[in-house]
Design a binder for this molecule. Sequence first.
Ligand SMILES: Nc1nc2c(c(=O)[nH]1)N[C@H]1C(S)=C(S)[C@@H](COP(=O)(O)OP(=O)(O)OC[C@H]3O[C@@H](n4cnc5c(=O)[nH]c(N)nc54)[C@H](O)[C@@H]3O)O[C@H]1N2
Ligand SMILES: Nc1nc2c(c(=O)[nH]1)N[C@H]1C(S)=C(S)[C@@H](COP(=O)(O)OP(=O)(O)OC[C@H]3O[C@@H](n4cnc5c(=O)[nH]c(N)nc54)[C@H](O)[C@@H]3O)O[C@H]1N2
Ligand code: SF4
Ligand SMILES: [Mo]
Length: 896
Amino acid sequence: MKLSTLPLAVRTTCAYCGVGCGVQATPQADGGIVVGGDATHPANLGKLCVKGSALGETLGLEGRLLHPQLRGEDGLRQASWDEALGRVAAGFSDIIARHGPGSVALYVSGQLLTEDYYVANKLMKGYIGSANIDTNSRLCMSSSVAGHKRAFGADIVPGCYEDFDLADMVVLAGSNAAWCHPVLFQRIARLKERRPEVMVVVIDPRRTATCEIADLHLPIAAGTDVWLFNGLLSHLAREGVMDGAFVAARTTGLAAALAVANVDCADPLEVARVCRIEPSKVRAFYRAFAATPKVVTAYSQGVNQSSAGTDKVNSIINCHLATGRIGKPGMGPFSLTGQPNAMGGREVGGLANMLAAHMELDNPEHAELVQGFWKSPRIAARAGLKAVDLFQAIEAGKVKAVWVIGTNPMVSMPDANQVQRALGKCELVVVSDIMASTDTTAFAHVLLPALGWGEKDGTVTNSERCISRQRAFLPAPGEARADWKILCQVAQRMGFGGFDFRAAHEIFDEHARLSSWRNGTGAGCVKRVFNLEGLTGLGERNYDTLDPVQWPVTQGAALGTRRIECGGRLVPTAPRAPVHAASPDYPLSLNTGRVRDQWHTMTRTGKAPRLAGHVTEPFIDMHPHDALLYGVREGELARVSSAWGAMVARVQHGGGIARGAVFVPIHWNGQTASDARVGALVSPAVDPVSGEPEFKHTPVTVEHFGVAWHGFVLTRRSLALDGIAHWTRIQGSGFARYELAGRSAMAARGAWARALLGVGEDEDWLEYEDRAGGVYRAVHLVGERIEQCVFVSARPDLPSRAWLGGLFDLEAIGRDQRAGLLAGRSPGKAIDAGPTVCACFGVGRNTLCAAIRTGKLSEVAEVTASLKAGGNCGSCVPEIRALLAEAHVAGLMQDG
Ligand SMILES: Nc1nc2c(c(=O)[nH]1)N[C@H]1C(S)=C(S)[C@@H](COP(=O)(O)OP(=O)(O)OC[C@H]3O[C@@H](n4cnc5c(=O)[nH]c(N)nc54)[C@H](O)[C@@H]3O)O[C@H]1N2
Ligand SMILES: Nc1nc2c(c(=O)[nH]1)N[C@H]1C(S)=C(S)[C@@H](COP(=O)(O)OP(=O)(O)OC[C@H]3O[C@@H](n4cnc5c(=O)[nH]c(N)nc54)[C@H](O)[C@@H]3O)O[C@H]1N2
Ligand code: SF4
Ligand SMILES: [Mo]
């Protein structure tokens, strides 16, 4: 392409987290895309975190699903759209005709665009006539939704990001924002630099990167948040810091909530005992909260993903309602949404117990309103199955057809082996995805190729109710189609009117009109806060150029609404322990969550080499004393098991875990590891109100996973790994990195290695063997380039992969480098950079430590000046700060 014909930069929204950053995507002459922050977007003002910065590396077509596929006798085969759509429509219609509308289901995603989501919900609730549409938001935000509805009567987030700038105290409860909402976290960190007196409190059983800016870290025991916040309510009442006028005018339920709080939580000593933290920390938190009117309490999955998740949410909101600290500048409860369109999904009623446009399923007046607007033949009369119940109903044969769109339940659901059994039995499994091979697509009878980020058009809504456009800047690959289009085409084939949309803006318009239809206080009206009246009738042009805007958008608030003034109901929240208690067989508590540089099941972030170096393998993080107790060792493999399942990963320390707990990341799956799907272990216990699973606590045990040898392969090819006991895979720059381990001793290592790598007798193959030491190393060269290498040892003492990995970027291996090949390191200076800390500039942990030591550096700015690390997106700054602190302590010890 000539430069002059290149399309201009396109403004769009990041594909990942609920911060909802604006992105500028600029196509390059070489076909690549340069991605930068959009300085005009209110969510990020030009900043991006490392995942956002690496979006350009995830757009290649390797592994993409490009054509519809149908399963026949001999597996999947390519099919035409006509045939595939026909099969889905006929399959659903036939099952509905035989077993009724409740026998089919949609399972969708907070990563769909609002337009996709709207159509899916309309199809299920208005035309099929069942509410069996649930979404991965059930696993994510449903406790917040339920908590908001109990408190405010509607799913409202009163505050906005600006409140973080204006606050004098920020409480982060169950949130590792440094890694999961990095751009918002950096906003808080900047605030703290500007005004060091601002108090930051982190409530998390782990000492996470987020704690690097905390004045106070409360490492409470898993599931004890309600005790802590009930105790706070009780303290606020005792100290007389309630806002009597606000409580009287704008709230109900204080007396009942307080009475319940006072039963178990009036005594901070008792709260400290249950939460297993020092009483002085509880008191410090209570005193600071009482003394600081401008306080924002932001919460995420440590709060939501609990069998007491809804009560946790309400116990937090109670404290804000009682003090009138809500909906005003610099204060309020704030639910951090996870997925890019978690909020948009809620607007269209994507959950099985909601109707579109913030209306309720079980309210006949609401149902009549929605059906009247849609002019649909029917409307779901009662709530559908929530995610965990849905997959159980599939296994029980009650639901016979399921269409999974934009989510990977084989990995992300609790008790994931149950999901495997369910999908294996289901009569008709349809999966729409952008990738061909996922743990879930493996079960599809019909596989439908969807357009991905950069290819599709629509809107998303972020944590602060801000609606932004996602815009296409790439052509549709293969035969992929937009999710809304696929849904409409199936609906039409099922004989339903109401789906003749020609473009995304027409769907958005209908969605906006529904939100404002009969929205008021007059006869026949239902008053809802969610209202997009000011965004109706945009037309294609205005929709295309739509600037970010926060709902409600009405005639009175044409530019949107920053804060929603609100009162509400205080809900009594009696504290209770997690459903499954530790037992002699399963004495440890499994906590699961995210790492900085991967997104969920890695289908996209797993493609970006830049994101691979930070955490290269799944791990089991645990306290060193527990490791001793359970006979496992750092750097070696261990098996962690629960009553539901098991997995294998490498033991590590240093994640700030308390005794009695272990932490495992959620990202690895059947495509990236032999046996590291943590969902298989997680208990299917759910919150009774929201149905959200207890992802943060499952009783488990840990044992040594004995192996006879350890190894790794770096290769430009893909390996067949049959018969290897343990493997994990991650994408490097120009190569894939496999970590391997075997359980039986290896006889003929050379023959084994050649077979594994597919290398013939007459190829350029350098090898080294030390039989006695159990060491084998080989390098395969093609021409001047390294093609692959394999290193095996009886002990886990293998050379660093960093230097070898770097050789894959070279067109020709030099003579010096050749000499180092079988040693796995440069023959001269043997510095191993260590695991990546700064992904933007590729700076490793060892490099940083050496620079800090020799340069006697003490500030992040000095580190950035000397190594650039931390100078771009800033996602690694909390880790650099931790290294500086470690070096400081080490220095003191030396001096002392
Ligand atoms: N890098 C990255 N960022 C992401 C995502 C990703 O996959 N990768 N996913 C996005 C999505 S969908 C979501 S939902 C968000 C999630 O964002 P977060 O909720 O911040 O992330 P998690 O790691 O799931 O869990 C947060 C913390 O809860 C703590 N926790 C566990 N149990 C308890 C408890 O009982 N009480 C309290 N107070 N804390 C507890 C855990 O130790 C953990 O540190 O991240 C979004 N951002
Ligand atoms: N143990 C444990 N499990 C958890 C959690 C936890 O903390 N612990 N967290 C839970 C939470 S909060 C969440 S949000 C879930 C996330 O879990 P999932 O939603 O299952 O994870 P993703 O990898 O984001 O799956 C998205 C899928 O959609 C595909 N995709 C991407 N773009 C598109 C598109 O435009 N159209 C279509 N049709 N497909 C697309 C991707 O390739 C991928 O297969 O995990 C939940 N599971
Ligand atoms: S914080 Fe990072 S992942 Fe989240 S929206 Fe912004 S750039 Fe994307
Ligand atoms: Mo999520």
